[in-house]
Design a protein around this ligand. Structure first.
Ligand code: ZN
Length: 175
């Protein structure tokens, strides 16, 4: 992805930070979020999310019912139950029960956040959102941008499993 533009204000701010290496790391976290989505028992759609801060994954989530509820997302008609939590909401509320702090973190999520999750993202102090799939309704993304959150779309489809040149790997430490 050599044509990937450097859209991060952080990348622009630091002369040592290479936009491309940052993007390579972003792709890896996003791939991890996609793998994490496989934990979801929802049939209609599986979404995964990771919250990363200071190079550490501080939370994770996938879409599903609340703790203690049946592991079935859809009703008999195949409609998603109203109490199913989205991956982002699960990752953010998991932080509420941990000693971690999401202020200034980055959220990686395999689908564009809805408006409800976007409200939570804003209030959780997440500063950056990297997502992989665009959906018809983009009001969540619009809200994030209005709140001044850096939003980046990365396309995972059709990407070879390891597209990142070997020499780029060592750049990660300087991120
Ligand atoms: Zn949502």
């Amino acid at each position: 992805m050599n044509s990937e533009p450097i859209t991060s204000h952080e990348a622009a701010a630091s002369p040592l930070m290479k936009g491309r290496s940052r993007t390579a790391v972003d792709y890896r976290y996003l791939r991890m979020a996609r793998i994490w989505a496989e934990n979801s028992y929802c049939r209609r759609r599986q979404v995964g999310a990771l919250v990363v801060k200071d190079k550490m994954i501080i939370s994770d989530g996938y879409n599903g019912t609340p703790s203690g509820f049946e592991n079935v997302c859809e009703d008999e008609a195949g409609v998603t139950k109203p109490y199913v939590l989205h991956a982002e909401a699960n990752a953010i509320t998991k932080l509420a029960r941990s000693g971690n702090n999401s202020d200034g973190s980055t959220l990686y999520v395999t689908a564009s956040p809805c408006i409800e999750c976007s409200k939570l993202i804003i209030q959780a102090g997440i500063r950056r959102v990297v997502y992989a799939e665009k959906y018809r309704l983009m009001d969540g993304i619009d809200l994030l941008e209005r709140a001044g959150i850096e939003v980046e779309f990365l396309r995972l489809e059709g990407l070879p499993p390891d597209d990142v040149p070997e020499e780029k790997r060592q750049d990660e430490g300087g991120r």
